[in-house]
Design a protein around this ligand. Structure first.
Ligand SMILES: Cc1ncc(C[n+]2csc(CCOP(=O)(O)OP(=O)(O)O)c2C)c(N)n1
Ligand SMILES: [Mg+2]
Length: 803
């Protein structure tokens, strides 16, 4: 639907006038920030700038439609929106550019993110939820184009779930599902698969999301003709338009310089999404980039004169101003006065931010200069130290790096000296680093009491007559307890609902808990994770199921870029306690026997990665994770669902500890560390090794991230003096990581009498069939021979050559 200009008739003309002038002021503040911000980068005070100039007007309309409890999931152009809601002041904006680490001053990330990445605080300082219904919310931005889309789906779906499921605790999250999730995306980014996957899923799920496409015809230097079929995204999307017969989207197209049309479109979109739970797309056309894409380049290089002229004429702020003057809402001199005031205020804010950014560093520089001076006065290396000192004095606007480099280098010139002055410098460096490092490295994981690694273990209990059941039955009955115990818990994925997952670990639970809480989804791994992230951000406890581990890579960007970085990039201001459930390790063929743990543990720092050896351990991990509030990936053993395990009596209660290894078998001759399906083979081989007089100790790593936080493995190595890590990842994958943990971090090298080794799968994916498995993954004979060869090398007398 093309939206035409129409004056809102809900408010009086005087109020409308006041609103317009207020909006113009914000647009002008935002523009002034962009213009001055660019200069800050070009003069070297800030490293990079990406601004919202040319996109001010639609954001003002979006802000007017945005209500308490609503969520934004957007991208780097939305500064005007944040300013209109009072969530970003010019001074904050400049602190963001300078990367001030103090979150009080740079509220968007404490300097961790580039400017242009916004958020609001969902959490209290102790990590508990704020009342999100009483504030306007923005999920934390990421730089990856369209990366905001999958999470948008979940943010919107939360409203639907809260509206439909009466038993949930929605007190801090929803008022009967009346919240809209507002997405923003650039026109070029709609080329990404994530955009299309989200749009399709949003139409299927009918969730209250409003997706605004800021269309400036370009994606950096690349014109729309290379991005979008027919160069018109709403035209291409028109098949999603709902009609009398079929559900779908409401689609609006509106010009980005047309204030009243924008207001009208956003008011409408808000009502439709909020009341009817129908998703809406607003294609905002004819936007511009007055300063080009970012500070990295100039758009004069790729836009012709005609386009540049058109952009100047159609700059939304300019046309807004012309309209205000034409309509007699204000006079030229009134606006000129306002503009003058705004420029002055923004300039002041910029100056203040810069001086606040420098303040502590300048003080620290002063004390450091003094300390180097004192140390130099007594040192034979006085000349070198004085040079260092003078170089530091010359740095008028010191950053932390200047201080770190000068102080640390100065110690090299004081080697071998034992003066109090040297000690004072050593202490200074130590304190400086201890204080500074957390500003850049805290909150990879939760520091709070209920962090996952702090949940006390509870052992499974068994009746004397405990029946042995299929592993999947333990999982299923444990999930039953969890859904009963946690009303905000829900699980969804491919084949998760009606049949209760492909291995029946959720069998019958949809009938019991309903199709919202135990749900089937389309085949779309990225947005399954997006649903999880978004719903977790709004107080639900989602379990997102990825049918097979091998398909998790489809969702890898949302996991690594969004979920795994969330706590870190928000410095603990937002959390998404999403549990990702999947199944992997050996079964059959290239795409059903993956165990790519090395890739996962490296890409998903910030999540827990758990590889339980059986379903009891797996169930215990779910129980632990539900007591905590951190994101995790649980990889169940594909070939373990039909293996018999004794059924515990305390289902839903027993907790497998996270970050703790388990000794499965004690032994004296060698420590074997493994996990998951391979562990069962290791256990079998250990029995065979006993027959040749080798008594192996077997340790189940269980938790790959983090690995063995109590450092128990090194105690085993101290006893056996030999170490072999066995897994079914590629050579140099997870086994190398475990080896590094034990040999370097736990200092296991001190106790080794034989070279520490790894035994892994082949470098290729697993071939199909029993023989394919045997020749691709480590088999019992491989393990036996590897262990034997280590003992043979150490003691050929007792262990003569095998082959
Ligand atoms: C996944 C990914 N690919 C590439 C980039 C680099 N990049 C940043 S912005 C951008 C262009 C985006 O254009 P558009 O979506 O139209 O937004 P605009 O900046 O024009 O508002 C590109 C290619 C990125 N950030 N993420
Ligand atoms: Mg663009």
């Amino acid at each position: 639907m093309n939206v035409s200009s129409k004056t809102s008739n809900d408010i009086s003309f005087e109020d409308f006038k006041a609103q317009i002038l207020q909006d113009y002021e914000i647009a002008f503040i935002s523009r002034s920030c962009s213009i001055m911000g660019r200069k800050e980068v070009l003069t070297g005070k800030a490293k990079f700038g990406i601004f919202g100039d040319g996109k001010e007007l639609p954001q003002l309309a979006m802000a007017r439609a945005f209500k308490n409890g609503d969520f934004r999931s957007g991208y780097y152009r939305d500064q005007t929106f944040m300013m209109a809601l009072g969530l970003l002041k010019p001074k904050d904006f400049f602190h963001g550019l300078y990367a001030t680490t103090d979150m009080e001053k740079e509220p968007m990330s404490g300097g961790r993110q580039m400017g242009g990445h916004f958020l609001t605080y969902s959490l209290n300082p102790d990590g508990t939820w704020k009342d999100l219904t009483q504030q306007k919310n923005s999920s934390s931005d990421i730089s990856c184009t369209a990366g905001q889309m999958p999470r948008l789906l979940g943010l919107a779906q939360a409203s639907k779930v809260y509206r439909e499921e009466k038993g949930m605790d929605s007190s801090k999250f929803s008022d009967a599902g009346n919240e809209v999730a507002w997405g923003t995306i650039g026109n070029a980014s709609t080329s990404e698969g994530m955009f299309w996957e989200t749009i399709n899923a949003g139409g299927v799920l009918q969730v209250p999301m409003v997706v605004s496409i800021w269309d400036d015809e370009y994606g950096i230097s690349v014109h729309a003709k290379h991005h979008t079929t027919k160069e018109d995204i709403s035209k291409v999307l028109s098949g999603f338009q709902r009609d009398e017969e079929q559900k779908g989207y409401e689609i609006f197209k509106v010009q980005g310089w047309d204030y009243t049309a924008l207001m009208h479109a956003y008011e409408n979109a808000s009502d439709i999404a909020r009341q009817e739970h129908v998703p809406v797309i607003i294609h905002v056309t004819e936007l511009t980039q007055p300063q080009g894409h970012s500070t990295s380049g100039s758009h004069e290089r790729y836009k012709d004169d005609k386009r540049l002229e058109w952009e100047r004429d159609n700059d939304c702020n300019k046309r807004f101003k012309e309209w205000i003057l034409e309509s007699g809402i204000a006079t030229t001199s009134e606006l000129a006065e306002m503009e003058k005031q705004v420029k002055r205020t923004v300039r002041e804010a910029k100056k203040e931010a810069w001086s606040e950014f420098l303040q502590e560093n300048v003080a620290a520089k002063k004390s450091l200069v003094q300390l180097i001076h004192l140390a130099a006065s007594k040192s034979p290396n006085k000349n070198f130290l004085t040079k260092l000192k003078n170089d530091l004095i010359a740095v008028e606007e010191p950053i932390l790096k200047d201080l770190a480099v000068a102080s640390r280098k100065s110690l090299r010139y004081l080697l071998g000296e034992s003066s109090a002055e040297r000690q004072a410098l050593v202490d200074w460096v130590q304190n400086f680093l201890t204080k500074s490092q957390p500003d850049f490295s805290s909150h990879l994981y939760s520091p709070n009491e209920n962090r996952a690694t702090n949940i006390s273990p509870i052992a499974p209990r068994y009746d004397s007559s405990a029946e042995k059941v299929d592993g999947r039955v333990i999982l299923r009955d444990n999930f039953d307890h969890l859904f009963n115990k946690y009303p905000n818990a829900l699980v969804f994925g491919e084949d998760t609902g009606v049949i209760g997952d492909v291995n029946q670990g959720l069998e019958g639970l949809q009938e019991k808990y309903g199709s919202t809480r135990i749900a089937d989804t389309g085949i779309r791994e990225t947005t399954i994770i997006g649903q999880g992230i978004g719903m977790a951000l709004r107080g639900l406890r989602p379990i997102a199921e990825i049918q097979y581990l091998d398909y998790i890579f489809y969702a890898m960007s949302s996991l690594t870029d969004d979920l795994a970085t969330l706590l870190y990039r928000t410095k603990g201001k937002q959390k998404a306690p999403l549990i990702v459930r999947t199944r992997g390790h050996r079964l059959e063929g290239i795409w059903h026997s993956g165990s790519e743990m090395g890739g996962l543990i490296h890409l998903l720092r910030g999540m827990y990665i758990l590889a339980p050896r059986n379903m009891t351990q797996a169930a215990g991990f779910y129980n632990t994770l539900m007591k905590s509030d951190e994101p995790a990936l649980v990889i169940e053993s594909l070939n373990g669902y039909r293996l018999k395990e004794p059924k515990p009596t305390n289902l839903g209660e027993f907790c497998t500890p996270i970050g703790v290894v388990e000794t499965i078998k004690e032994g004296t001759d060698i420590t074997l560390v493994s996990y998951g399906s391979t562990l069962r083979i290791v256990e079998q081989v250990a029995k065979e090794l006993l027959e040749v007089g080798i008594d192996a100790e077997i340790i189940d790593a269980q938790t790959l991230l983090p690995f063995d936080i109590k450092q128990d493995v090194v105690k085993s190595v101290q006893k056996t003096n030999r170490l072999l890590v066995i897994d079914e990842d590629v050579p140099g994958g997870c086994s190398a990581y475990i080896l590094n943990e034990i040999v370097e971090k736990q200092q296991g090298y001190r106790y080794l009498d034989s070279a520490p080794q790894t035994l892994t799968a082949q470098a290729h994916r697993a071939a199909y069939g029993t023989d394919g498995d045997y020749f691709s993954k480590p088999n019992a004979e491989d393990i036996f021979e590897k262990v034997y060869s280590i003992l043979h090398e150490a003691n050929p007398q007792d262990y003569p050559k095998l082959r």
